[in-house]
Design a protein around this ligand. Structure first.
Ligand SMILES: NC(=O)c1ccc[n+]([C@@H]2O[C@H](COP(=O)([O-])OP(=O)(O)OC[C@H]3O[C@@H](n4cnc5c(N)ncnc54)[C@H](OP(=O)(O)O)[C@@H]3O)[C@@H](O)[C@H]2O)c1
Length: 281
C-alpha cells in the first residue's frame, strides 16, 4: 500500500503522517522545502519508508516535474491526500502569473491528480481533499475561476476551499467507474501554522482565534479516519466533519459548477504550461 501526502511538514499534515506511516509500505511526501522535511523525518522510527519529492504546488512546472519523479518510483497509489494549502494575500501572483491562493490550494493539486492518474487508477485509490467549513462563505464563482479579481484574502480562501469540494465531486463523476473514490473534509479549527502567509490583518484575526482552536493531532482525525476506513463504509464523494458524513453548501453540491471548474482548470494548465514551454520538456 502506497500513500502520497502533501503538506506533511507542518500542522495537520505532520500528524497525519505520524498516524499513517506505520500503515503503508511506502509514503511519498511532495514538499516545497526539502531541508525542513529532511530534518523533520530524522526523528521518525520508520523513516526508511519515506520518499521525499521536491514539489511546489504553487508552480505548475514544479508539480509536473515532481509528479514525474514520483511516478518513476511507484506505479500504484492507494491513497492520495491533498492536504497542503493555506491562506495567502489576495492579488499575490506566482511567477507563472497565477493567483497564489488559486495555484497553491487548487490548481497545483488538480495537476498533481491528473499526472498521478494512471497510478491512482491502478491502485484503485482514495483521493482525500482537506477542505474547510470556510467554503460556506464563498460567493458564487464566475466563469473565470482564477481568483485574479478576488475582493479579499478571506474571499479567495473561501472560494478555493469550495473548489476542493467541487473537485472531489467531479473526480467521483468522472472516475468512480474506474475504481476511484474521493472524499473532502473539514478538519476543525486547528492550531497550526495556518495563516502565517496571510495578509497582516487576516494574520491578526487568526492569531487571536487560535486561542480557541483544537490541537493538530485532533485536527488530523478526520483525514486519518477517511484514509483508514474501508471504502464500503464511506460515502463516495462525501464531505466529512468530525469523522462523520456532513452536508456541504448548496454551491458545493452544484454539479454544473464542478464540471465548469474542471474544464477551466484543464484549460488554465494547458495555457500556463504552453506559455512557460513546460509541455515541450
Ligand atoms: N488550521 C485550520 O484551522 C484549518 C481549518 C480548515 C482547513 N484547514 C486546511 O488544512 C490544510 C492543512 O493546513 P494546516 O492548518 O496544517 O496549515 P500549516 O501548518 O500551515 O501546514 C500547511 C502545509 O502545506 C504546505 N504547503 C503550503 N503551500 C505549499 C506549496 N505551495 N507547495 C507544497 N506544500 C505547501 C506547508 O509546507 P511548509 O512546511 O513548507 O510551509 C505545510 O506543510 C490546509 O489545506 C488548510 O486549508 C486548516
Amino acid at each position: 500500500m502506497n500513500l502520497v501526502l502533501t503538506g506533511s511538514t507542518s500542522g495537520i499534515g505532520w500528524e497525519t503522517l505520524l498516524a499513517l506511516l506505520p500503515q503503508f509500505d511506502q509514503v511519498f511526501l511532495p514538499v516545497r522545502n526539502l531541508e525542513k522535511a529532511e530534518k523533520l523525518i530524522q526523528s521518525l522510527p520508520q523513516k526508511e519508508k519515506i520518499i521525499l519529492v521536491y514539489l511546489d504546488l504553487s508552480n505548475l512546472a514544479s508539480v509536473k516535474e515532481g509528479a514525474a519523479v514520483l511516478l518513476s518510483q511507484v506505479d500504484e497509489i492507494q491513497v492520495l491526500i491533498n492536504n497542503a494549502g493555506g491562506m495567502y494575500p489576495s492579488g499575490k501572483q506566482t511567477a507563472e502569473g497565477l493567483d497564489l491562493s488559486f495555484s497553491s490550494n487548487h490548481l497545483g493539486q488538480f495537476l498533481l491528480f491528473q499526472e498521478l492518474l494512471p497510478a491512482l487508477i491502478k491502485g484503485q485509490a482514495k483521493v482525500i481533499q482537506v477542505s474547510s467549513e470556510a467554503h460556506r462563505i464563498a460567493g458564487p464563482p464566475q466563469q473565470d475561476f482564477s481568483l485574479r479579481k478576488s475582493s479579499s484574502t478571506v474571499a479567495s480562501y473561501a472560494k478555493v476551499k469550495l473548489y476542493n469540494i467541487l473537485f472531489t465531486n467531479e473526480i467521483v463523476t468522472k472516475y468512480e467507474s474506474e475504481g476511484l473514490s474521493a472524499y473532502s473534509l473539514h478538519p476543525g479549527a486547528v492550531r497550526t501554522a495556518f495563516g502565517s502567509e496571510a495578509s497582516p490583518w487576516a494574520k491578526g484575526v487568526i492569531a487571536f482565534t487560535k486561542l480557541f482552536f483544537i490541537s493538530p493531532k485532533a485536527g488530523a482525525a478526520t483525514t486519518i479516519f477517511l484514509a483508514t476506513t474501508p471504502k464500503e463504509k464511506l460515502k463516495n464523494g462525501g464531505y466529512y466533519k468530525n469523522k462523520k458524513l456532513s452536508f456541504p453548501s448548496t454551491l458545493a453540491r452544484d454539479s454544473k459548477l464542478a464540471k465548469a471548474l474542471w474544464e477551466f482548470s484543464l484549460a488554465e494548465i494547458q495555457r500556463v504550461l504552453t506559455n512557460t514551454g513546460t509541455h515541450k520538456k
